[in-house]
Design a binder for this molecule. Sequence first.
Ligand SMILES: *Cc1c(COP(=O)(O)O)cnc(C)c1O
Length: 393
Amino acid sequence: MAPASQSNSSVPPAQLPYSKQAIDDDDIAAVAAALRCPLLTQGPTVARFEEALAGYLGAQHVSACANGTAALHLAYLALGIGPGDEVVTSPITFSATAAAALLCGARVRLADVEPDSGNLDVERVERAIGPATRAIAAVHLAGLPVDLEPLRALCDRRGLWLIEDAAHALGAEYRGRMVGSGLAHAATFSFHPVKHITTLEGGAVAVADPRLKDRLDRLRQHGIERDPARFERLAAEPWAYEVQELGLNYRLSDVACALGLSQLRKQPAWLALRCRLAARYRERLVAALPAVLPPAVRADRRSAHHLFPVRIDFAAHGRSRAQVVQGLAARGIGTQVHYIPLFEHPLYRRHGAGERLEGACLYHQRTLSLPMHHSMSESDVDRVVDALAEVLS
Ligand SMILES: *Cc1c(COP(=O)(O)O)cnc(C)c1O
């Protein structure tokens, strides 16, 4: 057998996906130790993970839950969003941001985005607000924060809740403040393996108000209240608990939280690596492919670089996006499109959110997410840019 290092053109290059997890020996040891604990779920590791995450974010309170979609659903429910209400959000997001509002019985209204960043345009949000609007759900696309201060001021003026879908934005900063530290009423995170840190499946909601934290904790566990001081009618018997409202089972296990604690310790170094990879991409793209635009930047914000979405005028290069995706795949490089606008999907068209918004169409037509994750090196970035130059030439 040929040695692995031998250069051989018949050997396909290593697959470089657009994103993936990094699990090392301390993560595995942390999970193994958690599996030997008496409580696999509903034990003490959940609160430890929540406190560590709150510490990292500079948040008052964190409630961990089953996944990022559950986090959004719980956040909307805890804020009282229900039938007759409307949530304004971005069309350039994963379905869950809007679907979680539909699951509450609310309606979804899409507002247009900035064509260079794919983030909500605050003026367009203001115009989308109607008499039934109760909340704005803002997505920090690819890790670049939306313009939070004017958005929060708008919400305060109009008496609306501001929810951040921060699934892409763990570690992102807006005017020196961490996303999730209280600029919005609630910030939701996902710990799916493609995100910054993973608990396999997992999510969390960060809030400032302790009453919201209590409500999130109750809703993720069947609406059950265990503190007898808060019982509405049952006596404080040793076994008693009260089901006070309609909730779900959206818990995150202690084993998952042990993995989350181990992953979170690496997050600062991983974020620094992502920033270096992004800088390398910019430098190489400017030199080799000036017509390929790197992700938008804003001087008052730090992106968490969950994704590295470039913008390409495919027609000007005489290539379709599918040809570029296939050309890169043939060179072992994975890409993804974030996202097909929600108004193109049958579900949202059926729910009256089918209007095609111009900024979102423009953003969507040109976007392509190149590999960005913490198992990459700067030479992987060079490989991606070289491959892209070949495919576009
Ligand atoms: C991943 C993601 C979610 C959903 O998170 P899950 O953990 O997969 O349920 C929601 N919104 C955005 C923007 C995401 O990227």
